[in-house]
Design a binder for this molecule. Structure first.
Ligand code: ZN
Ligand code: ZN
Length: 186
């Protein structure tokens, strides 16, 4: 018997991605801060060579590999959930990396009944939560670092957008501000 290969077009994938994003959204709703949040955009790109998905935190964007999902659309829900988890952590004020909090949230994916992508699951390396939070005074972009720096962080985003130099400084009250309590590490 001949095997049949079905390749999804970009337009089909975009519809599918929107569908899963909407489906998973209730699991990622933040109380309170949703109103002034810009909408998440999802795009498929041919330029993704080493990654199947990427969360672009400050632009609130998810970028997905077109070639990978064109041939494996059944694995799309898993990576969407994964990238949504990165965005959700960042927007909730937490370290957006592969922390314990990240994997805790990813456990919820199993409740959806969709297929886990074994390729993506390989990177279950646990990163410690960055306890030093630097915030740009102009755009509020955040960096979660493991240690304190001797200098402030130059905000390339502000320079790119406005041609103005701004620096991100250490904000020790950040966690207290987000949680109403000090919760630097879990
Ligand atoms: Zn990731
Ligand atoms: Zn900035």
């Amino acid at each position: 018997m001949k095997s049949l290969t079905i390749t999804f077009e970009k337009e089909d994938l975009e519809l599918l991605a929107d569908y899963f994003f909407e489906l998973f959204s209730p699991r990622f709703s933040n109380s309170g801060s949703d109103n002034n949040r810009q909408a998440t955009t999802i795009e498929f790109s041919n330029k993704m060579k080493n990654k199947v998905g990427l969360a672009i935190l400050f632009e609130n964007k998810i970028r997905l590999s077109l070639s990978y999902f064109a041939n494996a659309p059944q694995l799309l829900p898993y990576t969407i959930f994964h990238e949504m988890t990165h965005l959700w952590l960042y927007q909730s004020g937490f370290d957006p990396g592969h922390t314990k909090r990240f994997y805790q949230k990813m456990l919820e994916f199993e409740q959806t009944g969709y297929q886990i992508d074994p390729e993506v699951h390989v990177h279950t390396r646990l990163a410690a939560e960055g306890g030093y939070v630097y915030i740009c005074s102009n755009c509020e972009n955040r960096w979660h670092l493991k240690e304190e720096l001797r200098h402030n962080i130059y905000c390339a985003l502000c320079y790119r957008k406005n041609g103005v130099e701004y620096y991100a400084t250490l904000n020790p009250d950040f966690y207290a501000y987000i949680d109403g309590k000090l919760d630097k590490c879990s």
